[in-house]
Write a protein that binds this ligand. Structure first.
Ligand code: F0G
Length: 537
């Protein structure tokens, strides 16, 4: 008899105990609302949608452990207890590998031994890692809590931009990434720095869907030759940071291999450039490494995460990803590391960052988060590295991809960690749809209008193809993303979506081209502009 793990289907990892009833909206009602909201995916009321694949960001279901932690939230203005719990949860997750402290349990178990609480949580001292503690946190702050990932990006880039000017006002600075996400790129550009995408050269290669369980080509990797060429062409002084996004959301949610991380680390070290992660979805990335990279099969997720982060000088992170929490973000850098050395010019860079954090988000012990959210986030860090959860999530996304591929829909394969991406160039092959007709946007409008399913274009409309130079246009893919919130949808939602997308594919001639009717010049325009689909008669 086969064992439970040999059946070929995952052992269930959870059971939902709260459900929300979906409203039975008609096609005509959605059509009316679409007109009223200028056909913008971001403006359509979520309550009127059947299946919402807009984003996995903050849209997941929390676990009972997280809800329990939330009740311990402390809303004090200075040094709420969750602050200490969260900082130690970050040390546990990113630095301690298989030996976490889990000091969150002191709070959840109602520990009353004051000496123990002082020694293990409130006045204990740490230095040399990503999260200084005790007096080191005061004199050399290196951990900054903020409400979301983009706040961390804003904090980082708006603080270093004037320092770069001060160092050399005549050069243009470039930040390379294996794939900048939209807000990352926008925050870099808003601070006068150029954002360069160095996608893996195999990204658009074909991959058979029936091999998804067997191998993975790590298409999220950074193009290493591209990186060295950029450093040589622009000069070391023009590259303030190297950034690697795990997983690579802009490149179809594809994972980055440990080998690639190590190689980037080597290059960064050779040129003495700080190396950072955009660490959104770090645990999904670690799970890919465990499954597909040689030598990691028997390692725990925590030890893989520990190794991944041992190669970087710092990271920005949205804690809304990976199904971790509904809100939260942060910026962390290695105590006395390359970043600290390079950017502490007249004053400690951590002190400068802390000043800006207080000015813009709130004092360093809450950074714009409520005490309840801080506790739920700290608990979420322990939930998200659990293997049964990661396994089930991976299989769900992979099954979605497999079913679409079996129906002939051109999706990017293998499936990424958090979403399925449709290749819109291939989707519209045989029609007269051109790149600047924004066919991907037309697809999202029709999918929502006819079937009540929301997706998002991550292509020429979102990344502003028409405003870019031919060189920059090469860094834009033409994709539509269906992102999977954590523990929200089941096989029935997926089957409904597969049937709907297949029907649209068979009727692709009827999908409208789309014009921007208002606000084409706006920055981050996909959140803001009005759209007009042009239907053929
Ligand atoms: N970096 C990556 C790779 C992201 O995917 C996101 C957000 C951010 C940074 C910004 O984080 O939303 O907390 O400010 N991505 C979401 C998405 C919005 O739908 O993929 P944030």
């Amino acid at each position: 008899m086969k064992s439970q793990n040999e059946l070929g289907v995952p052992v269930p990892a959870n059971k939902p105990l709260v459900v929300r009833t979906i409203k039975q909206v008609t096609r005509e009602q959605r059509e009316y609302v679409l007109k009223k909201t200028e056909y913008s995916m971001f403006s359509f009321p979520a309550d009127l949608i059947f299946v919402d694949f807009l984003s996995d960001s903050g849209s997941g279901t929390m676990t009972d452990f997280q809800w329990a932690a939330l009740f311990h939230g402390d809303e004090s203005y200075g040094r709420n207890k969750g602050y200490y719990v969260l900082l130690d949860a970050i040390r546990d997750t990113f630095e301690r590998g298989d030996t976490p402290n889990r000091s969150i349990n002191l709070i959840l178990s109602g520990e009353t031994d004051v000496n123990k609480l002082m020694d293990e949580l409130y006045v204990t001292s740490f230095e040399g890692g990503f999260v200084n503690g005790g007096t080191h946190q005061l004199t050399r702050p290196n951990a900054f809590i903020v409400p979301q990932g983009r706040c961390a990006e804003h904090l980082l880039f708006s603080t270093i931009a004037p320092i770069l000017k001060q160092k050399n006002k005549d050069i243009i600075n470039y930040i390379p990434n294996n794939g900048h996400f939209d807000t990352t790129e926008a925050n870099i550009v808003a601070n006068g720095i150029q954002a360069v995408n160095l996608f893996s050269t195999n990204l658009m290669d074909d991959f058979p869907y029936d091999e998804m369980d067997k191998r993975n080509p790590f298409k999220g990797n950074m193009d290493l030759k591209g990186l060295e060429d950029l450093i040589k062409e622009k000069g070391v002084d023009s590259i303030p940071l190297i950034y690697v996004t795990i997983t690579n959301n802009t490149a179809a949610g594809q994972p980055v291999s440990m080998k690639n991380i190590k190689e980037v680390h080597k290059i960064a070290k050779k040129y003495d450039i700080p190396f950072f992660f955009d660490a959104c979805r770090f645990s999904e990335n670690a799970n890919f490494i465990k499954e597909f990279e040689e030598g990691y099969r028997n390692r725990s997720i925590l030890s893989i995460v520990q190794e991944m982060f041992s190669y970087v000088d710092g990271f920005t992170i949205s804690f809304k990803k990976d199904g971790l929490a509904n809100i939260g973000g942060g910026f962390f850098f290695r105590d006395k590391g390359v970043f600290h050395k390079k950017f502490s010019i007249d004053e400690d860079i951590g002190i400068k960052l802390k000043e800006k954090q207080i000015l813009t988000f709130g004092n360093d012990s809450y950074g714009g988060m409520s005490g309840r959210d801080i506790m739920a986030l700290a608990a979420g860090l322990y939930e998200v590295v659990k293997e049964p959860y990661l396994y089930e999530r991976k299989i769900q996304v992979r099954e979605f991809a497999r079913k679409l591929a079996q129906n002939g829909i051109p999706i990017l394969l293998p499936a990424g960690g958090h979403a399925v991406y449709i290749d819109m160039d291939k989707f519209f092959e045989g029609t007269d749809m051109k790149i600047d007709d924004f066919g991907g946007v037309g697809f999202t409008i029709e999918l929502l209008k006819h079937y009540g399913i929301r997706s998002v274009e991550l292509g020429p409309f979102c990344f502003e193809w028409d405003k870019k130079t031919p060189e920059q246009q090469k860094g834009i893919l033409n994709l539509v993303r269906l992102a999977m919130p954590r523990n929200v949808y089941s096989a029935s939602h997926i089957d409904y979506a597969v049937a709907a997308i297949t029907e649209l594919y068979h009727n692709k001639e009827k999908i409208p081209k789309v014009k921007i009717s208002r606000g084409a010049e706006l920055r981050l325009r996909h959140f803001q502009t009005g759209l007009q689909p042009i239907y053929k008669n």
